[in-house]
Structures are given as C-alpha cells and as structure tokens.
Design a protein around this ligand. Structure first.
Ligand code: GDP
Length: 514
C-alpha cells in the first residue's frame, strides 16, 4: 500500500526503548506507580519535573530509557489491540501486597497473556503493616505467574509507590527484560506508529499523540493516521517542548491534522507527499463505508466448522465461581485434534466492555451463564459483531459448542413474546381506526408482529403498524403506559388484547446421524 519498503537489513536495526503498560486492580496503585516512575526520570528531575500529559512519556535512568503509556489498565490496552495495534512490549502488573489478587488482577493477566506480552509483577504497598508479598507470589503462581526465584519466568519486585521504595529496581528489571526481548527498529526510514490519544485543542486544533514504532517523523513530513492526514506542522515531545524529529519508541504530539479525528489504535504512516496522503484517505473512507455496510466478519458458533479455525477462543462469564470452573473444564475437554477450544478468560458477573474488547481483539465468542451483559458492552458487541450467548443450563451451553465444532448448528428464527397490550378505546381519525391501548406487560414495539386475543383465545395475526404516545410517533412503549396504535391484518374489537412478538435468532442443534 502506501509505504512499501524493503525489509530492514539487520545492520539498519538499532536497539529501541521498551514500551510499557501498567495494569492491575483498581486502587492497587497504578497511578501512584506511574507518578513515582516519572519522578525517577533523571532528565525531567533536573528540569523541575514538569511534564505535561500527552498519553505516553519516556523515563531516562542511568542504565537506559523506557517509554510508559500513560493510560493504565487493561481496557485501554485491549481497546488498542482490538483495532489491530500492538504497542506494548512489557506489562507491569501492580498487585497490592495487602489486598492480594483481585478480579481485575486476573482480568489483566488474561488480557496480557492473550497478547503474549511478558509480565513483570510489582508487589506494591510493602510499606503497610499487613503487607504479605509471599502470599501474592503463591496466589499468582496459581494463576500461572511463577516467580523467577522459584524457577519460573516472571520477575517480582516488592516496592512501595508511595514511599518510593525499589522503583529503581523495577525500572532495571524492565530494562533487563527488554534486553532479552532484543527490541530493535530502523530509525532511518519513514515513520510508522500508532495513535495513543487524540483531542481537539482550542488553540492548536486537532492534536494526536503518536507512539513512533519504526523510522522517524520530522516536521514537514506528509502523513496519514486513520482517516486523518496532512503535513506535520509541529512535533511536541513529552516534556512539552517542540522537537524536530521523533524516532522509535518516542511519543510525540503531532499538529497539522485534517480530516476525521483519529482514534487510539489507528496506525500512523509518513508518506511521500500530500497527494499520496489524500489518496490513501479517500481509499480508506471507501473501505470504511463498505465495511459499515457489510457486517464485520467475526467468529460465530454457526461458522466455526466452515471457517476451518484451528482454535476457538471463548470468554465465559458466570454468576458463581463453581460454575466458572465446571464450564471451563467441560469446554476445554471438547477440543478435538482439528480444533481446540480455549477459554481465554473466565470471570464472575455481567459481561463488561472490557470482555467485549478482549473478544474483539482475540476473535472470541462470549458465553454467559446466569448473568447478563451491561448495556454499553452490548452496544459495543453489536457494533463489533461479537456473538454473545446467554445460557441457563450448563448442558445447553456445552452441547451448543460441541455441535458448533461438528458443524451441526443451524440458525433458526423464533417469535418471542415481548409484551401484552389491552385495547380499551376506539378513535377514528379520517378513515383510520385507532385503538387506544394500555401496555400491561413488557412493551409494545412498532412494526412488530401481533397475535390478537379474544376471551383468552387467539383470533388472528397481524402487524402493529403505527405506534403513538400522545401525538408523537414512538418506537417502543413500556409497561404501564398508554398508547394509540393501528393494527394491520386483523379486525379488532373493544376489549380485545394482543401479544407483541419479535423475531429472535437462535441456534438449533441437528442430530449427528442426519
Ligand atoms: P489505581 O487505582 O491503581 O491507579 O491506584 P492509585 O494509584 O490511585 O492508589 C490507590 C490508593 O493507594 C491511593 O490512596 C494511594 O495513595 C495508595 N497507595 C498507592 N501506592 C501505595 C503504597 O505503596 N503504599 C501505601 N501505603 N499506599 C499506596
């Protein structure tokens, strides 16, 4: 596409600083740790420690430089990954030595593991009397993070963000881990990076913070980022000073954006000239429109067999930990030589936005057992085409997954009653007969199929054509409210009632010997 470059030869590659994200349960000290790390920066320390917030910053210690993403937490991390961006080289998992392993600690581990990013554990708050760093090691070892001193792969550093104890030790561990990873990039090529933040600034217009991953960007370069482009007017470094050039692992604010605001996770590319930048954006706009029309392709229980996947990633949410364990075990046992079932995350409570983002990033389906999905998470799931299936019975859940592996699931559309409505009055407006109604249960839905009932017996089926609340057209009217409707395809009388039916897509299991 835009910048077809020959692969970098080994001698062009130079060591680059690691990029780190801090994760952990709320209140375990992520923000405090980032603050403590910032004050360990020798460069900004000398300048009075004033750094502005631009979404990422570099810390220089005697032994090297580290880039920190300043949006802590696994949600932001996975949101970027769900847009195809991989920016983090190392995760620091903060665990409070007094509180221990908590639900979001486990989530963070699963999200980092799924992205195959090494984890360094910061056992925080060791200054407090109840601190028990050994217990944290035991609990995390049970989750697969085994301390190096026990023969495992994970470095554990006991520290206090508040009292600034062992911060240097943590930073040195990060640099050691980075050495093992042999992180390199060619600085002498047009820049490629990822947007980590964007905002509208009153004085400066649209501004994006970009993490440069390869090459270098300089003032005057033409670029594209997401659906935005232009010519770099200015580069602002993490100290707030204008700079001329930004190389690998540096975070910079870029000014001079035109077009749509880019989003975190969009790629940034320096291109040959402005004409090329415009052409690429036109093309991307076209593709974005087409993608919006065609539903995004994502794994579904219905297409597992046909898509020849080697692995089916699943996220389970359930009401009690007993069920989580049983479901995880029974699902993983369904693996066959052709396809393995892998539970990438199993947790308690309703499905959240972060679960949906993980599903998007990992092409997973979400199975809910006796729990629901949060409203905002549902919206994201619909938008991203993520399959979310609720279950009440363990057997149904495992049987559906088994059938899906064998290609023995079929879609079926069923009518589900979502409301009951009584007809209480009759009006005539011009030639139309309007039924004055009250919603007794559930809701009335415009355009829905209805089943007309008289004396407890069904007497016909039709459609709810017009639905009004007072004078206004309504899409839905809830239980307890009055509404005016016209019904198509049935002859109703005063005193009749009707059921409101909407179609729901479900799956049906076929029998094996079919
Ligand atoms: P976050 O939600 O993970 O970002 O956690 P914060 O950094 O906001 O910290 C939560 C609380 O723990 C705050 O009241 C901090 O002052 C406190 N805290 C953080 N680190 C330490 C520490 O090392 N020792 C003690 N005693 N308190 C800490």
């Amino acid at each position: 596409m835009c910048c077809v470059m020959p692969p970098a030869s080994p001698e062009d590659l130079k060591a680059r600083p690691p990029v780190v994200t801090v994760m952990g349960h709320v209140d375990h000290g992520k923000t405090s740790l980032l603050d403590a790390i910032r004050s360990a920066d020798v460069a900004s320390g000398e300048a009075g420690g004033i750094t502005q917030h631009i979404g990422a910053y570099q810390v220089h210690i005697n032994k090297g430089t580290i880039t920190f993403l300043d949006t802590p937490g696994h949600e932001a991390f996975t949101a970027m990954r769900s847009r195809g961006a991989k920016v983090t080289d190392i995760v620091i998992l903060v665990v409070s030595a007094t509180d221990g392993v908590m639900p979001q600690t486990v989530e963070a581990i699963d999200h980092a593991k799924e992205a195959r990013v090494p984890i360094i554990v910061a056992v925080n708050k060791i200054d407090l009397p109840g601190a028990n760093p050994q217990k944290i090691r035991q609990d995390l070892a049970a989750k697969g993070l085994v301390p190096e001193e026990w023969g495992g792969k994970n470095v554990f550093v006991d520290l206090s963000a508040k009292k600034r104890i062992n911060i240097d030790k943590l930073l040195e561990s990060v640099l050691l881990q980075a050495e093992i990873l042999e992180l390199k990039a060619n600085p002498d090529r047009p820049a490629v990076g990822t947007v980590v933040e964007s905002k509208m600034d009153k004085k400066r217009g649209a501004v994006a913070t970009v993490l440069i991953q390869k090459g270098s960007a300089k003032v005057g370069d033409s670029f594209v980022m997401g659906l935005s482009g232009g010519k770099i007017k200015a580069l602002v470094g993490d100290s707030g000073a204008r700079i001329e050039l930004a190389g690998p692992s540096m975070a910079v604010e870029i000014l001079g954006l035109t077009g749509q605001m880019p989003q975190a996770g969009d790629t940034f590319n320096v291109v040959e000239n402005e004409r090329m930048s415009r052409e690429i954006i036109e093309k991307r706009n076209r593709i974005a429109r087409e993608e919006a029309l065609a539903h995004k392709h994502h794994v579904s229980l219905l297409n597992v067999k046909a898509s020849h996947l080697k692995e089916l990633p699943i996220i389970i949410k359930a009401d009690v930990s007993g069920s989580v364990e049983v479901l995880k075990d029974s699902l993983e046992k369904l693996s066959t030589p052709e396809i393995s079932v892998r539970v990438i995350h199993a947790g308690l409570g309703n499905a959240s936005e972060s679960d949906v983002l993980l599903a998007t990033a990992s092409n997973a389906i979400m199975l809910l057992f006796h729990v629901d999905i949060d409203a905002r998470a549902k919206e994201t799931a619909d938008k991203n085409g993520i399959e979310v299936r609720p279950y009440q019975i363990i057997y149904d859940l495992t049987a559906d997954v088994k059938a899906s592996l064998e290609g023995l699931l079929e879609p079926e559309t069923v009518d589900v009653t979502v409301g009951k409505v009584e007809i209480r009055q009759e009006f005539k407006i011009r030639h139309a007969r309007i039924a004055g109604c009250q919603v007794m249960e559930g809701k009335a839905v415009r355009g829905a199929k209805i089943k007309l009932m008289r004396g407890g017996q069904p007497v016909g089926e039709g459609r709810l054509e017009v639905l009004k609340r007072f004078k206004d057209e309504a899409k839905e009217v809830e239980k307890g409210l009055e509404c005016g409707v016209t019904l198509q395809g049935v002859e109703w009388q005063l005193g009749d009632s009707f059921e409101v039916l909407v179609q729901e897509k479900r799956v049906r299991r076929l029998t094996q010997n079919a």
